[in-house]
Write a protein that binds this ligand. Structure first.
Ligand code: KPL
Length: 318
């Protein structure tokens, strides 16, 4: 039975979008909006199956469509698409949202909130950061691959949909933390993503393996600290005292998870490397902070995307 009549539109049909849909459909009216035909077909035919953290399977029926205009308006739109799809997703959010609804980007990388705010208006757009891991095992089947937290920042202190959203996420069993400093939040997630995702993609390793190999552990720490330094140069404080320690913690908490970037590379899809290490490098150049490890990781993942097999990552990270 639904605890609330809140209507939530989940924009995206990938691993994290599916994870949110399976948890939230228990406590809200959920619709998924996306373009991935195979996934939409699987959802229509067999519904969505979640393998939870305890390894238990739960199956649910979820409404999913590629036509946002055909969906009744929603109170909250959650953007859970790749950063290179944000423009399309933001337009979908604008179509879906009620007049005083709330659109939340829970994506990786920089620049998503700005695009969302342009589409729905700055007072209706906000951001959050998600640290749990999710793996799509096949269309229609998602595994919750690592515990984590949903950090949320209100667009304005008085936005009417914000507190109900927090309550619904908690009722769904998710751990939520409200943070005032949105920029710190985004750069904090960026530090974790820059440290974990490209390394796992380049070395074809699950997240936890980065904590087990001393050299990779050092590279992970350096990548995270570079992001911290670029953030500090812009006056942004991360929501934790040590970016390297935070990256290590997230890699441990999501030990068996294959990062989203590794999943993208393995499936021959584009990655979010430009909005992660690419963005760190660009911002570093603008404020005079060197980011050699992020730059190297950026270049390598670009080569992986181009399916360039003529190289091997060497230990010359700097
Ligand atoms: O966000 C992630 C991802 O895989 O994209 C985590 C699990 C935090 C690893 O960086």
């Amino acid at each position: 039975m639904h605890l609330t009549a809140m209507r939530i539109g989940i924009i995206g049909t990938g691993a994290l979008a599916s994870l949110f849909a399976t948890y939230l459909h228990e406590v809200a009216d959920v619709v998924m909006v996306g373009s991935w035909a195979e996934q939409l077909r699987a959802l229509a035919t067999d519904g969505l199956t979640l393998i939870d953290l305890a390894g238990q399977e739960r199956r649910c029926a979820i409404t999913a469509t590629d036509d946002a205009a055909a969906v009744p308006p929603v109170d909250v739109a959650l953007l859970l698409v790749k950063s290179y799809q944000t423009k399309t997703a933001a337009a979908r959010a604008q179509t879906l949202l009620t007049a005083n609804g709330l659109a939340v980007t829970l994506q990786n990388g920089l620049g998503n909130l700005e695009l969302l705010a342009t589409a729905v208006g700055p007072e209706q757009a906000t951001l959050g950061v998600v640290t749990m891991g999710a793996t799509l095992l096949q269309p229609g089947v998602v595994r919750h691959a690592g515990a984590g937290v949903v950090y949320l920042s209100p667009p304005t202190p008085e936005h009417a949909a914000f507190a109900p959203l927090v309550a619904v996420l908690q009722a769904a069993g998710l751990t939520v933390q409200v943070m005032a400093d949105a920029r710190g939040l985004v750069w904090g997630k960026l530090a974790v993503n820059a440290a974990i995702n490209p390394l796992t993609a380049v070395h074809d390793l699950p997240n936890g393996q980065l904590t087990q190999r001393p050299f990779l552990r050092r590279v992970m720490a350096t990548a995270a600290r570079e992001v911290e330094a670029v953030a500090a140069a812009q006056g942004i404080t991360l929501p934790f005292p040590d970016a390297a320690a935070q990256a290590y913690r997230v890699a441990s908490d999501t030990f068996h998870n294959r990062s989203s970037m590794l999943q993208d590379v393995a499936n021959g899809r584009a990655t979010e490397i430009d909005a992660i290490c690419g963005a760190v490098t660009r911002h570093g150049q603008q404020c005079g902070v060197p980011t050699p490890v992020n730059q190297q990781l950026w270049a390598w993942v670009r080569r992986l995307e181009a399916n360039d097999k003529s190289w091997q990552p060497t230990i010359q990270y700097i």
